[in-house]
Write a protein that binds this ligand. Structure first.
Ligand code: UD1
Length: 421
């Protein structure tokens, strides 16, 4: 199993190009199941989760060609397996978003329940309730969700009980091919939803209200092929901004979208960073200063993203002062706290969803273990500023979501290497 070995203490300094967004690429790849002709995607990040989704689409019978620039061509005109097996869904919950498109286009789907997950129970009840509202018959049997619809799904009004990104995506996909108009209320407003909707619009879908809680979809009979470029990864962008700030360094990130990161940029400014932005770049400079502790409350977009909570918490661990970090999206998303403590961080759990972080002036390298995707990067942030060597085990979690991590960190001057075994 690969490990990352990081010797901390260097200020990050340099320029990086941001990869395409994982959380946009995954639903968009699933969305290709709706197209009758070939779809060509560019800006697809080379990540383990993307490979998993491509593997799932191939297993269903889609014809997929990936070139050396990670341009992905998908033709799903001849699917023969309308099923997503447990082996694939258990490694990546996002596989569940194939359910909506399969039902909408083929009238039938069988997808494994994602089951428990390291960061909470994460049910899919809202996805299923919404698809039932569109006329699907759903049953759960032997750990699989079976869906059926006679003829086309029917446009309908549906209000989510809570804001769910995956649920909004599944319903948006299903509604594009439904008969009549679907009005979705209390939708997630995440930029990745807007990207997915714009992708469907490029295929001929009729969608209004993307990026707002109220989305209206007028169903069409068919969606054609198109070429589409995946948006830049805002979580990767925010993560490198935080890593640079924690190291008291400087970084310029290009091919990114500052507009999608306002909540994170505001917090970084509060912590003492100087930030400059252009249309598709962001530059952060700490001028060598130690960051100041800042309180964080995660919230659905446009609030502070849960996917950057762990990284920011790691920065607060070496900041000047104390801070409170509150997680409101997922239960059990503080597993990094224990590992960060191994490096000398002083963090008190106030409850299952809140911690108090007392910034220390120095962390010390130690062996630690990655627990989930974003939590693992918090260990990288801490290792970059710790004195001595940190060995991070189980980095397959990081490879799910961060493209060429050691090359990118080295480009910023970090002392990092990957070892196997
Ligand atoms: C997506 C992102 C993930 C991010 C999360 C929240 C992808 C591939 N993943 O995950 O990185 O952390 O959004 O921004 O895009 N819930 C229910 N019932 C449902 C669906 C969700 O109770 O039917 C709950 C979940 O347990 C969770 C909360 O709603 O507590 C938010 O989940 P959701 O927005 O659906 O997250 P994902 O789409 O899984």
């Amino acid at each position: 199993m690969d490990k990352l070995i990081i010797t901390g203490g260097r200020r990050l300094d340099g320029t990086l190009r941001i990869s395409g967004a994982k959380n946009s690429a995954l639903p968009i790849l699933a969305g290709t199941l709706l197209a009758e002709d070939t779809v060509t995607l560019s800006g697809v990040p080379h990540l383990r989760d993307v490979t998993t989704m491509i593997g799932l689409l191939s297993a269903m019978g889609a014809d997929i060609v990936v070139d050396e620039k990670m341009r992905v061509q998908v033709s799903s005109s001849a699917l023969d397996q309308l099923e997503a097996p447990y082996e694939l869904v258990k490694t990546m919950r996002a596989s569940f978003v194939v359910f909506g498109p399969l039902l909408a286009r083929h009238g039938r789907a069988r997808v494994s329940l994602p089951g428990g997950c390291a960061i909470g129970a994460r049910p899919v009840d809202q996805h299923l309730k919404g698809l039932e509202a569109l006329g699907a018959t759903i049953s759960v049997e032997d750990g699989y969700v079976n869906g059926e619809v006679s003829g086309r799904l029917r446009g309908s009004d549906f209000e989510f009980d809570l804001v769910t990104v995956g649920g909004t995506q599944n319903l948006l996909m299903a509604a594009t091919l439904a008969q009549g108009t679907t009005r979705l209320r209390n939708c997630a407003c995440e930029p990745e939803i807007v990207d997915l909707g714009n992708f469907f619009i490029a295929m001929g879908a009729k969608i209004k209200g993307l990026g707002t809680p109220n989305i209206e979809v007028e169903g069409v009979e068919r969606l054609s092929g198109c070429s589409y470029e995946i948006m830049p990864d805002r979580v990767e962008t925010g993560t490198y901004l935080i890593a640079a700030a924690a190291s008291r360094g400087r970084v310029k990130l290009v091919r990114t979208d500052p507009q999608a990161l306002i909540a994170v940029i505001d917090k970084l400014i509060e912590s003492g960073a100087e930030i400059r932005c252009g249309e598709d770049w962001i530059e952060l400079d700490m001028h060598g200063k130690r960051p100041k502790a800042v309180d964080i409350d995660t919230a659905p977009y446009p609030g502070f993203p849960t996917d950057m909570q762990a990284q920011y918490l790691a920065m607060n661990a070496v900041a000047e002062g104390s801070s409170t970090v509150t997680e409101t999206i997922f239960e059990n998303r503080f597993m990094h706290v224990q590992e960060l403590s191994r490096l000398g961080a002083k963090i008190d759990l106030l409850g299952p969803s809140q911690v108090n972080v007392h910034g220390v002036s120095r962390l010390t390298g130690a062996p630690v273990m990655a627990t989930d995707l974003r939590a693992s990067f918090s260990l990288v942030v801490a290792a970059l500023v710790a004195q001595g060597e940190t060995r991070i085990d189980r980095i397959y979690h990081i490879d799910r979501g961060y493209e060429t991590i050691e090359e990118k960190l080295r480009q910023l001057g970090a002392d990092v290497r990957r070892v196997s075994g």
